[in-house]
Design a protein around this ligand. Structure first.
Ligand code: F6R
Length: 615
């Protein structure tokens, strides 16, 4: 979490840094700051508690805040509460060095104790501040910028993306990557570093991505890159052709709303290259020779976090059904800290929107050392760490997702998984050609079905009106709809701060039914599938105890539902296999409208950040 950006230019870089911070705000938004080397050769810093806009307002009041070299930061607090004092950039005691940091310095307490014993006075409660004091201490011994930074980072344990500025080098910045991403932006007469490409799109579309341990020195017309041992190296410069302005909300009120409505298009984009004209899967889309590899797979292990984990839960149903291969799925932060058994010929899959989630990335790295057949990353961000490190890659085509609550990334992950299940089934000859064609033909219809669901937005909004006062909610689903219910509950709690839990409906009477009374709304996901009758009985049990039902049902069964729900939302009948993708949409809209009614910060809910790059 946290976003960092730095620029060295022939022009004043303040506006570039502030615009970049706005675009990085999805990574953290509890405080922000900027530091520039100003006309008198000193570092001038402005920091603000709250959103980047507060910082922008503050900087516009200071006409002397101008400089051609600068760094900036938007924070998601780890060590030290959100406050102006804890906001980055942090300065050394002499005020000659400024740094911004994304990550966590795990041995900061030990380093801080040593520095305090040497007389250093700390200004903040952050782990970051130790770095700037260490830099100042070692500067006397070593005046070369890169050598000095290199010497100091050797003392650090943990994860960091760092940018450093020093008044003795007023036309240079040094950045380092270890565990947190750093991208270099190549401009004309100016160069940049940042945590991501999106923040630099207004100034360049030419990028290089630092590898783990790399350092870079940037100046107006020069870029020098070094590996972890200080040896000079080159990186490929990539030109991003698709400069889409994800930073604009268009006609929508929120990014989340825009992203929900983009789903027909991005879902089509994700499957369109993978299905042949006669509705057969193109297995090679998972990587060259994946057909041969898939034929050897005897087990699939899926590891992910949050919403991406929910996509993996749905995938288990599809993969076991169509490829007859056993699947187990685990939360990345759990997987990485235990000794799990690697089944013979297992394929290891990570799923991630960002490709930078610290726990998922660590799990991938661990998996590469412990005997899996191969690793596959299902990811939405090209050039992310997971994409670069996995053996095989499948890119979802959701485009940039700005809303912190994941929507289109989730449904495109589901598309990736249904394609994977079909590809695996085909390679293992467990899926007939007729079934393969039936599934893929149905998948092609999903964008149109979703458009129809989206056209019922107003109805869903109305359904949300009397939900605003609720304190708790229970989401129920059965089979493949259970993960959909989990995802629905996660969306509601993330953006509306209503406590929500999800259960497989059959589990109700094993405990949660005790929670049900007339204050407890129950949201049921009820497509017309094999488990519908059983779900209906579970809903009867809820109704008998006074629970208020909100039912998301399929047209074919809405008439025959033997329950009396005032709040039923009906969508067109759809093939059972694709119900998880389609039924996700009304739940997203529902949470969105509840949050709007409640007046929460829909796109940047409190305490969260989009890219969780710390564990
Ligand atoms: C919820 C949400 C998070 C992410 C999780 C994993 O709306 O967005 O739960 O799904 O932090 O992130 P990625 O997919 O980037 O690994």
């Amino acid at each position: 979490m946290c976003g960092i950006i730095g620029a060295v230019s022939e022009r004043n870089v303040l506006a570039i840094l502030l615009e970049g911070l706005k675009r990085l705000e999805y990574r953290g938004y509890d405080s922000a700051g900027v530091a520039l080397i100003v006309a008198d050769g000193k570092i001038k810093r402005k920091r603000a508690l709250g959103k980047v806009q507060v910082l922008v307002d503050k900087t516009t009041q200071d006409k002397n805040l101008k400089g051609i070299t600068g760094i900036a930061h938007t924070r998601w607090a780890t060590h030290g509460e959100p406050s102006e004092n804890n906001a980055h950039p942090h300065l050394s005691g002499s005020g000659k060095i400024a740094i911004v940091h994304n990550g966590i310095i795990e041995n900061f307490m030990q380093l801080k104790t040593e520095l305090i014993a040497q007389g250093v006075q700390f200004q903040s409660q952050t782990d970051t501040e130790v770095i700037v004091h260490l830099l100042e201490k070692s500067w006397d011994k070593n005046k070369d910028f890169i050598t000095n930074v290199h010497a100091v980072i050797k003392k650090l344990k943990g994860a960091y993306g760092l940018a450093v500025m020093h008044v003795d080098f007023p036309h240079s910045l040094v950045a380092v990557r270890s565990g947190s991403p750093i991208v270099i932006g190549y401009g004309i007469g100016e160069n940049f570093i940042s945590s991501d490409t999106l923040s630099l799109l207004p100034v360049t579309n030419r990028f290089a991505f630092l590898d783990e341990g790399d350092m870079v020195l940037i100046e107006q017309g020069k870029i020098e890159i070094y590996d972890h041992s200080g040896v000079s190296k080159q990186l490929e410069i990539k030109e991003l052709d698709q400069i889409q302005d994800a930073a604009s909300k268009g006609r929508y009120k929120h990014y989340m709303q825009k992203e929900i409505f983009e789903q027909p298009q991005v879902i089509a984009n994700t499957f369109s290259n993978c299905i042949s004209f006669d509705n057969e899967i193109i297995v090679d889309k998972f990587g060259i020779e994946s057909n041969l590899l898939f034929s050897q797979v005897e087990h699939v292990k899926i590891v992910a976090c949050g919403t991406s984990f929910h996509a993996g839960l749905v995938a288990k149903y599809w993969i076991e059904e169509y490829a007859k291969v056993s699947v187990d799925i685990e939360i990345a932060s759990e997987f990485r800290y235990r000794n799990s058994v690697v089944t013979k010929n297992s394929l290891f899959i990570t799923v991630s929107q960002s490709g930078e989630t610290a726990d998922t990335l660590a799990a991938l790295r661990q998996a590469k050392t412990c005997g899996y057949l191969k690793t596959l990353a299902i990811c939405n961000m090209p050039n992310s760490s997971m994409v670069r490190e996995a053996d095989l890659v499948f890119m979802t085509q959701a485009g940039i997702e700005m809303g912190v609550a994941s929507t289109k990334a989730f449904t495109t992950q589901l598309v990736a998984f249904i394609l994977f299940a079909v590809a695996l089934g085909k390679a293992k000859q467990t899926l007939t050609k007729t079934k393969e064609q039936e599934i893929l033909k149905a998948l092609k219809k999903v964008p149109e079905i979703i458009k129809k669901v989206l056209s019922l937005d107003k109805e869903i909004e109305q359904l949300s009106y009397n939900f605003v006062e609720k304190q708790h909610a229970l989401f129920l689903g059965r089979g493949m709809q259970y993960p959909v219910a989990l995802e629905g509950a996660l969306k509601l709690k993330e953006i509306s701060y209503i406590h929500a839990e999800a259960y497989p409906a059959g589990e109700l009477k094993h405990g949660p039914l005790a929670l049900v009374d007339k204050e407890m709304p129950i949201i049921a996901v009820a497509p017309n599938d094999a488990l519908l009758e059983k779900l209906e009985s579970n809903l009867q049990e809820v109704q008998a105890r006074g629970g208020e039902l909100y039912v998301f049902a399929d047209h074919a069964i809405s008439q025959s539902l033997q329950i009396d729900s005032k709040h039923t939302f009906v969508i067109d009948s759809i093939p059972e296999v694709l119900a998880p993708i389609v039924f996700t949409i009304p739940l997203q809209l529902f949470s969105y409208h509840v949050a709007v009614q409640k007046g929460t910060d829909v796109d940047q809910p409190r305490n969260l950040a989009k890219s969780v790059t710390v564990e």
